[in-house]
Design a protein around this ligand. Sequence first.
Ligand SMILES: NC(=O)c1ccc[n+]([C@@H]2O[C@H](COP(=O)([O-])OP(=O)(O)OC[C@H]3O[C@@H](n4cnc5c(N)ncnc54)[C@H](O)[C@@H]3O)[C@@H](O)[C@H]2O)c1
Length: 370
Amino acid sequence: MRILVTGGAGFIGSAYVRMLLDGRAAPLAPGAVTVLDKLTYCGNRANLDPVRDDPRLRFVHGDICDADLVDAVVAGQDVIVHFAAESHVDRSIVGAAPFVTTNVLGTQTLLDAALRHGTGRFVHISTDEVYGSIAHGSWTEETPLAPNSPYAAAKAGADLLALAYHRTHGMDVVVTRCSNNYGPYQYPEKIIPLFVTRLLDGGTVGLYGDGGNVRDWLHVDDHCAGIALVQEKGRPGEVYHIGGGTELTNRDLTARLLEACGAGWEQVTAVPDRKGHDRRYSLDITKIRNELGYAPRVDLATGLADTVRWYRENRSWWEPLSGRAGTTAAGDGTAPGGTGGSAGTGDPGTPRPDRPAEAGTADTAVGSAW
Ligand SMILES: NC(=O)c1ccc[n+]([C@@H]2O[C@H](COP(=O)([O-])OP(=O)(O)OC[C@H]3O[C@@H](n4cnc5c(N)ncnc54)[C@H](O)[C@@H]3O)[C@@H](O)[C@H]2O)c1
């Protein structure tokens, strides 16, 4: 089976590629895995280092909005697993344009190519944020979408487009909507890696508002295991929730991170709340559990301890990134504070010198080898 993974140099996409190639997704039997990634500020080829010598892996540096490139890359693929996106809510509040371009137009470009080439299956990776906020209970897959942030609205647009290509053209599309992920290789602008890297350095972190926003935390390996099940056995045209981690307020999460990093509350500052901050997300995962036999395996205490250990032991991965992340708005549910933080101003920072802002340069090549 030939699998195209868009955004495969990002946090979750790279975890999926590593899983495909290291044998944990044996039923999918990938004969070839192509990663198409623009390498934006958060895309990082080092995320694929553990599998970089695998002869089945091909890396294409390029933009999912580049129709000619996408057409060439999609040709001959059996499955597309589409992760590529602008993914940080705070950045979407500062400027929504790249979110609409990549998340909506990029998805449409991919869908059109998949339609032209008769790709067997299109797995669209969406998010629980498309539903907005819920005070009590949990969303089912039938709940109407009501996104609040520009990020969530752009993801909702992509999600609905993917489903529309199934209904209109009969394309084999499946959509997953997942809760908040954590784990290794997450760019240090989202709450867990941001807090952990700052706390390990003895810095301070900023907590949005009253810290009472609730998120369901799922280890990235459990997300990828759910995606693999949907890729293998999901019914065409269906949406599947992937969640079932642990619901925590940001304050409770902060307490756990402080303890794991050997830090104290004096390292936490309160900062003004994010604009339009969703209060609570909660997914009902009955459907994927009953239909596909999904169950999360990593409990939060173990997963967080492993994640903190990974950041402790892999400074060479994040230290080159943290200067840049320190000037950005912080992760979901938080705002930066302390060392280099801009206290929730949402400043998206400047492009990293070591990452091209645009693909399509001399570095872009279909099938460039590792
Ligand atoms: N992180 C979470 O908690 C979470 C939860 C649910 C769903 N999701 C979804 O999962 C997907 C992956 O999220 P992530 O956290 O790994 O994001 P990420 O920001 O770490 O990675 C995104 C990747 O997409 C690439 N990319 C961005 N624009 C591109 C373009 N125009 N063309 C090609 N590549 C491009 C980036 O270079 C990067 O490698 C996203 O679609 C996101 O909406 C994330």
